[in-house]
Design a protein. Structure first.
Ligand SMILES: Cc1cc2nc3c(=O)[nH]c(=O)nc-3n(C[C@H](O)[C@H](O)[C@H](O)COP(=O)(O)O)c2cc1C
Length: 418
């Protein structure tokens, strides 16, 4: 079983910053992140994962300032600092294909790869936020299909640059629809062949791009059936690109709340849920549904009919599906999504959590999980101290690193060209 530690300022629960044990300025405290990285590495996690959006996550500054994610470092800079404070754990950062150029990103990730001894990964996202678009001179989001077409060419150029480093250069360059690149990078080839390619989009076109380019896929799935359907669909797409099912590791997000007893875990979860202001919960839900203001509908009424999003298609579908399946009001949905943003949540004892993870892993619905602690450092500490040993006892998780590079941890082949 593969495990990622998904870092995020004060925590993944939207009200984490209000928790009595939260570290409110965690987002800009390097010592806080060093401590988290060391905890995850001591627990033998495969990787640290950082999300990103170059802008506020919420449309309204008043709302943004009441969430656990309003301040934080640019993640590649953060991971570069963590690279020298750790020695084995993988370092995966998100970076957008919509607001970068491939030459620059290829160079940045290959640099991170060299300075960490082959531990870098790039989480390719197309960026679905209007707020982010406005910070890059755009008046709105480009259509979903256009963003993915640019992402496809972007990934092709980046992998070409990682392949054609000096000494190996074919000298072909790239002259395409969106990008033109003349020379190879000013760096030698990656210690792990190429940085690991990660992807988090889950729409039809997103899945195709992942099948073509990704080594790891992060996804959000609530039920076993959803996770299994996604897993089978994505693995099934690989053959079309001459790849094998094991060439991609699928790691859905999971937000555990763990304690020695079930009652204690439930109380911990309820304590966080009580801290969510309604307007913050509803604003968060609006952003995942790509609608400007859900606040104008009655909070105890059902979700209105919504047009299909040009933002996060897969996440919008997931929210709508859950609202219909469980017959939830806007308030109930908002509270539900504030905890883990649509990811799978498990509240329970170490044995209960290990049982659930084992069932999805052995049931062919996941190769591992991207762990999203509700608040830091408390919930990461609890997962490392209570759940990891239980997984190790069951022979599901390593007791020590087998290799040195991220590719080795994940059991991924080096690219064919190395
Ligand atoms: C686990 C996970 C992490 C993600 N992290 C980011 C992120 O850091 N930044 C971002 O812009 N989008 C992130 N996304 C969103 C996706 O990359 C993608 O943009 C979105 O799902 C829209 O693509 P889709 O319509 O193909 O699903 C993440 C999605 C998932 C499932």
């Amino acid at each position: 079983m593969k495990l990622g530690a998904f870092l995020w300022a004060t925590g993944h629960h939207i009200a984490a910053w209000r928790h009595p044990h939260a570290h409110v300025t965690a987002g800009i405290d390097i010592n806080h992140y060093i401590q988290l990285a060391r905890t995850a590495e001591a627990a033998k996690f495969d990787l640290l994962f950082c999300e990103d959006a170059a802008g506020l996550r919420e449309a309204n500054v008043g709302i943004a300032s009441q969430t656990s994610r309003s301040i934080g470092f640019e993640p590649i800079s953060l991971l570069s600092a963590l690279a020298v404070q750790t020695s084995r754990i993988g370092l995966v950062s998100t970076a957008s294909t919509s607001y970068n150029e491939p030459y620059g990103l290829a160079r940045t990730f290959l640099s991170l790869d060299h300075l960490s001894g082959g531990r870098a990964g790039w989480n390719l996202v197309t960026s679905a936020s209007h707020i982010e678009a406005a910070n890059f001179g755009a008046t709105g989001l480009r259509p979903h299909a256009d963003r993915y077409e640019r992402a496809r060419e972007f990934a092709e150029v980046v992998t070409g640059l990682w392949r054609d480093t000096p000494g190996q250069a074919s000298g072909s360059g790239h002259d395409g629809q969106s990008f033109s690149v003349r020379d190879p990078l000013d760096l030698p080839p990656s210690p792990q062949g190429a940085p690991v390619m990660v992807q988090a989009g889950a729409s039809d076109v997103g899945r195709d791009l992942a099948a073509r380019t990704a080594d790891v896929v992060f996804t959000a799935a609530q039920t076993f059936e959803e996770a299994k359907a996604f897993y089978d669909d994505l693995k099934g797409r690989l053959a079309a690109y001459g790849r094998e099912p094991d060439d991609i590791k699928i790691m859905p997000g999971v937000a555990p709340v763990v304690a020695a007893t079930e009652a204690e875990a439930q109380a911990k979860y309820e304590e966080l849920q009580e801290l969510i202001p309604d307007d913050v919960g509803v604003a968060l839900l609006s952003s995942y549904l790509s609608i400007s203001d859900l606040g104008r509908y009655p909070i105890d009424g059902p979700l209105p009919e919504l047009p299909e999003s040009e933002g996060m298609k897969s996440r919008q579908a997931l929210v709508i599906e859950q609202s219909r399946r469980d017959n939830l009001s806007i308030r109930q949905l908002a509270r539900h999504f504030a905890g883990a943003r649509g990811h799978w949540r498990i509240v329970g004892t170490p044995v209960q959590i290990a049982d659930e993870l084992q069932a999805r892993f052995e049931g062919g619905a996941a190769d591992g999980f991207n762990v999203m602690p509700s608040y830091f450092p408390g919930e990461l500490d609890a997962f490392a101290a209570l759940v990891v040993p239980e997984l190790q006892r069951r022979g599901l998780f390593r007791t020590d690193y087998e290799g040195h590079t991220l590719r080795e941890h994940l059991g991924l082949k080096r690219p064919a060209w190395t």
